[in-house]
Design a protein around this ligand. Structure first.
Ligand code: UDP
Ligand code: MG
Length: 314
């Protein structure tokens, strides 16, 4: 029987930790009773440098349930994607299959059983997909949808409406651990792993307690990271725009020369100023965008460790 590890990244989740632990232990008990997973399956909470009592609560849970609750303490806050990676790679050596889920129980724990069934049928990755997002605000829904569309336009393969709720077999995590990039966007990396995959569908719920740890700024950063780490199309688009503008300005120059020769000199101060500003803006934008890519290269070539594990409770 395979040993399951449920990996849960936590950042300032003191309000939900006990509730999550109880709900997930319930899931483990149920699956063990049905003979679908090994008896020593466990939950792995990853404390992502929380500033509240999250780690103390994880320790308490571990003391109360030494087999079922384990913990990883990161030395500082590294963000959801890195915390999840740290958890998955730690779990890889301790289990046969992992399921990653957020601490706030917005994702439906009831479909974990379906994921396990699909795993037993030979899938290495099973994506949790949100059927509808009624509980998300209109803003979050539309921006998220726009994001998936842009990703598609940029030629990046992602699973529509899938966040980081997914099952991964040991060999899928092993393969994933070989992707050593520092600019992480897990959703874009998973389809690159290959193997047999499938989806399970569920309704996304409200957070059980606490508030979102993904403010707009982090959301935009994740979205930009997703696009720029997987596609160089924005640079080609800037290049294309540059070529079009140069062609237009050559045509304008020809027109200006003809006007000069035929004596119709236009006192074109307005157009001059406008075009200087416009082109200046485009140039700044282009340089800025290229700069973002160079910045990423700079960060990648340093090969810094992506996270620092301070302590493991197991
Ligand atoms: N999270 C994390 N580190 C961070 C921010 C968030 O580990 O810097 C965790 C958080 O505790 C939660 C998950 O990532 O388990 C998703 O965050 P949240 O539910 O706040 O995002 P939302 O569902 O609002 O997009
Ligand atoms: Mg959430």
């Amino acid at each position: 029987m395979e040993k399951l590890a449920i990996v849960v990244p936590c950042y300032n989740e003191e309000e939900v930790l006990k509730i999550a632990s109880e709900a997930l232990r319930g899931v483990l008990d149920d699956l063990i009773r049905k003979g679908k997973i090994a008896e020593d399956s466990f939950i792995l909470f990853v404390n992502d440098g929380s500033k509240d009592r999250t780690w103390e609560l994880i320790e308490e849970e571990h003391q109360a349930h030494p087999v079922q609750v384990c913990g990883v303490k990161l030395a500082g806050n590294v963000g959801h994607q890195f915390a999840l990676t740290a958890g998955l790679i730690t779990a890889m050596d301790l289990s046969d299959v992992t399921v990653s889920i957020d601490a706030d129980l917005q994702d439906d724990v009831a479909v974990i059983e379906e994921m396990i069934d699909k795993f037993h049928n030979g899938c290495d990755i099973v994506y949790g997909v949100r059927k509808e997002r009624k509980t998300d605000t209109f803003f979050k829904r539309t921006t998220a949808q726009g994001f998936y569309k842009v990703m598609e336009m940029m030629g990046v393969k992602t699973v529509y409406n899938h966040a980081d709720f997914r099952l991964m077999s040991k060999r899928a995590v092993e393969q994933f651990s070989k992707y050593q990039e520092t600019n992480l966007f897990l959703r874009g990396m998973m389809p690159l792993i290959g193997y047999q995959t499938d989806c399970v569908y569920y309704d996304r719920k409200e957070r059980v307690a606490g508030e979102s740890k993904y403010p707009l700024k982090k959301m935009l950063a994740l979205a930009f990271n997703g696009i720029s780490s997987f596609s160089v199309k924005p640079i080609s688009m800037i290049l294309g725009a540059g070529v079009i503008i140069v062609i237009l300005s050559i045509l304008a120059a020809i027109y200006a020369l003809i006007s000069y020769c035929t004596g119709h000199v236009v006192p074109g101060w307005t157009s001059l100023i406008l075009s200087i500003w416009f082109l200046g803006g485009i140039q700044l934008m282009a340089v800025g965008l290229v700069g973002q890519y160079i910045g990423k290269i700079y960060i990648e070539v340093k090969h810094r460790p992506r996270y620092n594990i301070e302590k493991v409770l197991k």
